[in-house]
Write a protein that binds this ligand. Structure first.
Ligand SMILES: Cc1cc2nc3c(=O)[nH]c(=O)nc-3n(C[C@H](O)[C@H](O)[C@H](O)COP(=O)(O)O)c2cc1C
Length: 222
């Protein structure tokens, strides 16, 4: 079982969000997961340029670190997303990463995988950001198992206390992966989303042969 953490903070080792991600990964490791960590700030990930090559050909033509990262996370069973709140949302680094994943959404490429999200803020919007990251996981076809959001300016010790919640979240993630835990509400979301994209992919078959072929491979259209 492989679980990868992805940190959207540009503060590298000084990142409070990183502390929560590491706690989640430690919890997953206690339950038997192999863990890995990526700081997006260390990678060269360019803006999405709307070339649509991924939809058309099923591959990214941009020569940066994204294709390697995508291959790496597609090989994982679980994803832990983390971002600080920047002006009420995720950081630019995290949003670049999310935008480059659009083909993963169209192909529901993370179907059958699990994930969770964490966020830290000064004093607000950390729950909303963690919720958004979990929503993004759902859009990819994955199943989010929970989140931890912490406003660190409210109380100095809150981050340390929240590391314990994050560790428990990591254990839950690993257990959900191992037992293929079902979450009926999320299953219902995936069914609705798959129907929506079935119409999109079928309608755009001549424009997006790469994505259409992948839907055929997955026996979602024929
Ligand atoms: C550019 C910028 C924008 C921020 N915007 C918000 C915000 O909208 N709301 C908030 O509560 N904190 C905000 N913060 C504070 C960070 O979310 C907070 O310090 C966070 O814990 C930093 O996480 P990190 O150490 O992982 O980078 C902002 C910080 C920066 C640098």
């Amino acid at each position: 079982m492989k679980v990868i953490g992805i940190n959207g903070s540009p503060r590298g080792e000084r990142s409070a969000t990183l502390r929560l991600i590491i706690a989640v990964l430690d919890g997953a490791k206690e339950e038997g997961a192999d863990i890995d960590l990526v700081n997006l700030i260390d990678l060269d990930i360019k803006f999405r340029n709307a070339c649509s090559a991924c939809f058309q050909e099923g591959r990214c033509v941009e020569e940066d670190d994204f294709p390697g990262l995508y291959a790496k996370i597609k090989a994982a069973d679980g994803l832990v997303l983390g971002s600080p709140v920047y002006i009420d949302h995720v950081t630019g680094q995290m949003k670049l990463f999310i935008d480059r994943m659009a083909d993963g959404i169209q192909c529901q490429a993370f179907s059958g995988k699990y994930g969770c999200s964490v966020s830290t803020s000064g004093d607000h919007a950390e729950q909303e950001v963690a919720k958004y990251l979990n929503h993004f996981l759902q859009m990819l076809g994955a199943t989010p198992v929970g989140s931890v959001g912490v406003a660190i300016r409210k109380d100095r010790d809150t981050l340390t206390r929240s590391e314990e919640s994050a560790r428990e979240l990591g254990k839950t993630l690993a257990e959900a992966i191992r037992t293929r835990r079902q979450y009926p509400e999320i299953e219902a979301f995936h069914e609705r989303y798959q129907k929506k994209f079935e119409a999109v992919i079928t309608g755009e078959k001549p424009e997006w042969p790469g994505d259409y072929e992948r839907w055929v491979d997955q026996a979602w259209v024929w």
